[in-house]
Design a protein around this ligand. Structure first.
Ligand code: NAP
Length: 305
């Protein structure tokens, strides 16, 4: 009997993973935040995944954090700012050898979660898959991509990677997951805040090349200082390439702000600035960018953490 995949958070990525695992015949349970959300979910009768315009319904069982029963494997699919408190609520249910897969973007939330559940193995993930909710319990698979998984303290891959293969979830075990997460964070810091402040699609940053280059230089310095030279390698070239390749897109932070949603700033630019300050590294442009973004979020009535 396969181990059950408990999925914490039935949002975009949680749904994308839960539906594909369930479709492969693997046991999946959704954990919802409270009884009201569970009742709403049960009224909907399951999750819907829309792929290439075609909607498929999956009647995956749901429960709340307070339901009984041990958890051996937990996919944490909340936003970075919700992950620690959501996992802390579940800590009493975790089996002694429980494994957690952390899908959060940025850095900082993973260590906070791991500190809450020292008995569990925490596997970090970095994904280029894209999905968005177009209604409650209904998710559109918007961009095919890849998920890298890794554990900075134990290089051995877990056996359940076979489940991901069976479910058609493209993935790779990574022995340098922190480098991947830092690289993605640096790309995000160089592009997303500026796209918000200049109110433009990613391609609009082609008119702000100097500003982008200055940020890349400071970000590279930071990556070198925190022992991630591989993540610093040719950063500016890659940022320019991403700006060009995604010229027509609005960044995820732009979309959050435009839709009056809380951003993950504390785990992206905020994390970069906090680590720089811990290393007593002076990065004036990055700090100024953070201040400008915080002011902008406040003027929009959005939290800056
Ligand atoms: P999302 O659509 O907002 O989903 C987050 C889900 O977490 C929501 O359904 C929310 O519940 C749930 N949640 C929050 N606190 C909870 C709690 N205490 N108990 C149970 N459920 C709880 O977010 P997302 O887009 O999937 O993003 C998740 C993470 O993946 C983020 O860090 C994001 O940056 C990263 N990521 C996303 C994508 C993407 O394409 N979406 C791609 C790469 C990486 P409610 O529905 O009740 O609010």
């Amino acid at each position: 009997m396969s181990t059950t995949w408990h999925v914490l958070g039935a949002g975009s990525l949680g749904t994308l993973w839960a539906t594909r695992l369930a479709r492969a015949g693997l046991p999946v349970k959704l954990i919802l935040r409270d009884t009201a959300r569970l009742q709403a979910y049960q009224a909907a009768g399951g999750l819907t995944l829309v792929e290439q315009g075609e909607a498929q319904h999956y009647a995956i069982p749901g429960e709340t954090v307070d339901s009984g029963g041990p958890i051996d494997r937990l996919l944490v699919a909340c936003k970075a700012y919700d992950a620690e408190s959501a996992v802390a609520q579940l800590a009493p249910r975790l089996a002694p050898n429980a494994e957690l897969i952390l899908l959060q973007n940025g850095l900082g939330s993973q260590d906070a979660v791991a500190a809450r559940v020292p008995q569990a193995r925490c596997i970090f993930a970095s994904s280029t898959e894209g999905a968005f909710r177009d209604d409650d319990w209904r998710v559109v698979f918007a961009g095919h991509g890849y998920t890298w998984l890794g554990d900075a303290s134990h290089p051995t891959p877990p056996i359940w990677l076979d489940d991901l293969s069976a479910a058609g979830i493209p993935h790779e075990w990574s022995t340098d997951i922190l480098t991947r997460l830092w690289r993605k964070l640096a790309l995000n810091c160089a592009i997303n805040p500026l796209s918000v402040l200049h109110d433009c699609r990613n391609g609009g940053l082609q008119h702000h090349q100097c500003e982008v280059a200055t940020l890349c230089a400071e970000l590279s310095e930071l990556l070198e200082r925190c022992g991630q030279p591989a993540a610093a390698h040719n950063l500016q070239q890659e940022v320019e390439r991403v700006i060009q390749a995604t010229a027509a897109n609005y960044s995820s932070m732009y979309q959050d702000v435009a839709n009056q949603r809380r951003t993950e700033i504390s785990y992206l630019l905020g994390h970069a600035c906090a680590v720089a300050s811990r290393h007593q590294l002076v990065l004036p442009h990055l700090n100024q960018l953070q201040q400008r973004l915080i002011t902008h979020l406040h003027t929009r009535g959005l939290p800056s953490n």
